[in-house]
Write a protein that binds this ligand. Sequence first.
Ligand SMILES: [Zn+2]
Length: 160
Amino acid sequence: MRRITLSNGKTVEVECLSCALTSGVMEPDGGTVIETEHFHAHQDVAYPIKGLMILASKRHIKCFDELTEEEKLDYIAILSKIRAAQRKILGIEHVYYFYNEDTTHHFHTWLVPRYDWMYQFGRSVESVRPVLLHARNHMNSEGNINTVMEAIQQLTKELN
Ligand SMILES: [Zn+2]
């Protein structure tokens, strides 16, 4: 079991954070953006970047080759649908997709929008972690959080 402190100060003990989120045991801040039979999308607002989405499988798997044929089709359909909404609603021109199999929780893909301010951390994959840490540590102003929450609502509306 892992003990996780939520942004509202409450502490929960879960076996797997992704399982807790995708099954509805834990409600992500900002809510569920879209849900299909096999996948669940939300934003981890601990990383306050407008339009950043996390797409997690509902099944507790770790590796790409564990997806069933049906899950593969669902995955690519929902991934591209979220991508289209990021472009249409938020004007996001480029997205970095990040997914690793040696995760402490389960199968989830980060869709990280690319904004001009991120170039101070370089381009490409080596910039992703510094960008996320910068957002987590330095972008928690009320104004930015409101912008992020508003984007979550706009994406949710577009996708449902
Ligand atoms: Zn899990």
